[in-house]
Design a protein around this ligand. Structure first.
Ligand SMILES: [Zn+2]
Length: 57
């Protein structure tokens, strides 16, 4: 499977869904292609992590 160019749902930028990632998704049995670019996925993860209470000084 060749690399695929998808459009990020969040920022609207195009990103590449690489052959390796497609394999990964297939292995996991995921039917859907990623909706967001890596940056937005990372940002989302970070935001999620930051919701947990943490000690601020
Ligand atoms: Zn994005």
């Amino acid at each position: 499977m060749p690399d695929k160019t998808l459009t990020c749902k969040d920022c609207g930028k195009e990103f590449v869904f690489t052959e390796g990632e497609q394999d990964f998704y297939r292995e996991k049995g995921l039917q859907n292609e990623p909706q967001r670019c890596l940056e937005c996925r990372k940002a989302k993860k970070a935001a999620y992590r930051n919701r947990a209470p943490k000690n601020e000084q």
